[in-house]
Design a binder for this molecule. Structure first.
Ligand SMILES: [Zn+2]
Length: 300
């Protein structure tokens, strides 16, 4: 149930969306090599919300705040302000994210958990903020949950560095770790969890590997209602329409497609609200099957 533009009710759980950047245009081949504007236009339901009529994709960067059993959980923390980034659209960002957070009724010190679905640059940024001298935890009372598999992948001293090549340069894992993850560890606020970790009896992680090895999505089950937050298991609704479409940033595209096929099969034609971590407004919908594949629809 939709309570307001950026708030939904899933049984007794409330989900709020806090926007950092909305409606960024993305040529389809930048999401997935070989994906054409014509292919996007074939999914005529994507425009005008999720794509322009010319086939250009639209994406958003936002966080979700999940409130369950008296605890507040931030799912993914966007790009963050003041951070040197290779992506020119994200470099030294100055966005009113914390103002939007406050306007939604949340003070950072009231957050109990931060969950990063994975450790990419646009999911860990507001883990920290610059206080004029150092990077400090934005949510000082929170436990920051990282999936152990994900952590081990990026901290494995034997892994070949990913900071080379176009994808590696854009991901900037070394820099991102230094300014957005290491300060959390230094403050003793991080907790490594399994990929099926349960946060409350209503909210749990579910493994959705492929985009990264330890990627997780979030399942909400409350009072007979169900929802899922995708993370980057799907960046854009066109990947719901055709789960074979992989992101250029997927570390294992075969696994990513397999995970998405399974997800769509499990969630289609059911009363399950699907929240997309990069889906622009309306940002959530229900998967229904049709002759051409699947689509994401609104229901009241
Ligand atoms: Zn992302």
């Amino acid at each position: 149930m939709r309570v307001s533009t950026n708030t939904w009710q899933v049984g007794d759980v409330t989900v709020s969306r806090i926007v950092e950047t909305e409606n960024t245009s993305l040529p389809p081949e930048r999401l997935s090599t070989g994906l054409t504007k014509e292919r996007v236009q074939q999914c005529d339901w994507l425009a005008p919300d999720y794509a322009d009529s010319d086939g250009t994709l639209k994406l958003s960067v936002h966080a979700f705040v999940v409130e369950s059993r008296g605890v507040r959980i931030v799912v993914d923390t966007c790009v963050g302000n003041d951070k040197p980034r290779a992506n020119p659209h994200w470099n030294m960002l100055q966005r009113p994210f914390l103002g939007n957070f406050a306007a939604a009724g949340f003070a950072p010190e009231t957050i109990d958990y931060v969950l990063c679905t994975h450790l990419h640059v646009d999911h860990v940024g507001w883990n920290t903020r610059w206080d004029g001298k150092a990077w400090v935890p934005t949510f000082p009372a929170a436990q920051y949950l990282f999936a152990r598999t994900e952590w081990n992948h990026w901290t494995d001293e034997h892994r070949t560095t990913d900071d080379t090549g176009h994808i590696g340069k854009m991901l900037q894992m070394e820099t991102v770790f230094a300014d957005s993850i290491a300060p959390i560890v230094a403050a003793g606020l991080h907790q490594l969890v399994e990929t099926d970790h349960r946060i409350t009896d209503e909210v749990a992680l579910v493994p959705t590997p492929g985009h990264t090895p330890g990627h997780v999505s979030v399942i909400i089950r409350s009072a007979g209602k169900m929802a899922c937050i995708t993370g980057d298991m799907a960046h854009h609704p066109i990947q719901i329409a055709d789960p074979a479409i992989c992101s250029n940033f997927d570390s294992d595209q075969q696994q990513s497609a397999k995970t998405r096929w399974q997800f769509v099969a499990d969630h289609a034609d059911r009363d399950i609200l699907v929240f997309g971590t990069h889906f622009v407004t309306p940002s959530a919908g229900y998967i229904v099957s049709d002759a051409a594949g699947w689509r994401l629809i609104q229901k009241d």
